[in-house]
Write a protein that binds this ligand. Structure first.
Ligand code: PEP
Ligand code: MN
Length: 341
């Protein structure tokens, strides 16, 4: 951390800052310029970061410039190599794009099994399906809970597809972990810090969705909670953010995906369904996501979207999904996704 004093700072004010830095267990290195004095803070400033940052309002201080990385564990710069999250042998963040597909909510045995068989046949790598649903209205379908978890288990037994399902509450972590291969933290829970702390101790990989109101930095700091607490298996997921655009459910932040990959070693996937809210835009958004460097997709698929209990308008039907998978297999798409010219 560097503390820049104002040109009018008195000797007394400079001495006071040096004293505060030393009280925080760090050393102060003074650089006296023609106009300003600059004080470098040397030592473990992280331990007393809040106290040192508060010096911004001390008399004579012009500006505090942090030099330490706010999310060291998640940062690519500090880690060096990219993380590949292994889910029952499926490598997320490896050379191949990974596709997770399935309904927004598990609604019935027939619905989830039919979807699981169809997405497997079309080439999906994992099955998604919500058992506990975070709905905006308390009157909307809230998910089948334990019954849905049992149905997801059955779908995995039959198809072999690993299961991705949302976890909403700390009390449900053990129960949902028994069934899920990947625990999804929904957009609304990205900054539910007690939940993140609990999931840091879970044995399962976490799919961390970006909140629609979060910056990329806030999203990466949420991931830092998981890594700092001991869970290195984190997959980031961009699912659209709030902007002034009102024709779309959200706005897909493609540059945010590229930025997250530039800043972090964690794999980043894209949810084109929630990002657009419109079935017709899902294929284009999917291709764009892979072209900008996403490691995969999570796509909502329903055997009969017009009957879906949640998110029907953004769900692909079974043939729509197999059409998308064919498109993803085209050599041109694969070359673009691999970053080849
Ligand atoms: C979902 O995946 O169905 C969901 C609720 O997503 P999000 O948390 O991104 O809104
Ligand atoms: Mn949904």
């Amino acid at each position: 951390m560097i503390i820049k004093m104002s040109p009018q700072a008195t000797e007394l004010q400079i001495r006071h800052i040096v004293q505060r830095i030393e009280e925080c267990g760090c050393q102060a290195k003074l650089i006296r310029g023609v106009e300003n004095t600059v004080i470098g803070v040397v030592g473990n400033s992280n331990q007393h970061r809040n106290q040192l940052e508060a010096l911004a309002v001390a008399p004579g201080v012009d500006e505090i410039i942090p030099v330490q990385h706010p999310f060291k564990l998640v940062s690519l710069q500090f880690h060096g190599e990219r993380t590949v999250v292994d889910v029952r042998g499926i490598r997320v963040g490896g050379n191949e794009s990974v596709v997770i597909a399935g309904p927004c909510s598990v609604e019935s045995r027939e619905q989830i099994l039919e979807t699981a068989r169809a997405v497997k046949a079309a080439g999906a790598h994992m099955l998604r399906g919500g058992a506990y649903k975070p709905r905006t209205s308390p009157y909307d379908f809230q998910g089948l809970g334990v019954e849905a978890l049992n149905l997801l288990r059955e779908a995995r037994e039959e198809t072999g597809l690993p299961i991705v399902t949302e976890i909403m509450a700390t009390e449900e972590v053990d129960l949902v972990s028994e069934c899920a291969d990947v625990l999804q933290v929904g957009a609304r829970n990205m900054q539910n810090f007690p939940l993140l702390r609990r999931l840091a101790k879970a044995e399962k990989p976490i799919l961390l969705k970006r909140s629609p109101a979060a910056t990329v930095k806030e999203w990466l700091l949420a991931a830092e909670y998981l890594l700092a607490g001991g869970n290195p298996n984190v997959i980031l997921c961009e699912r659209g953010i709030k902007t002034f655009e009102s024709e779309l459910r959200n706005t897909l932040d493609l540059a945010g995906v590229a930025l997250a990959k530039e800043l972090s070693h964690l794999p980043v996937i894209v949810d084109p369904s929630h990002a657009t809210g419109r079935r017709s835009l899902v294929p284009a958004a999917s291709l764009a996501a892979l072209a900008i460097g996403a490691d995969g997709l999570i796509v909502e698929v329903h055997p009969c979207p017009e009957r879906a209990l949640s998110d029907g308008p953004q769900s692909l039907d079974l043939s729509g999904f197999s059409g998308l998978m064919e498109k993803l297999r085209e050599p041109r798409t694969r070359a673009v996704a691999a970053g080849l010219p």
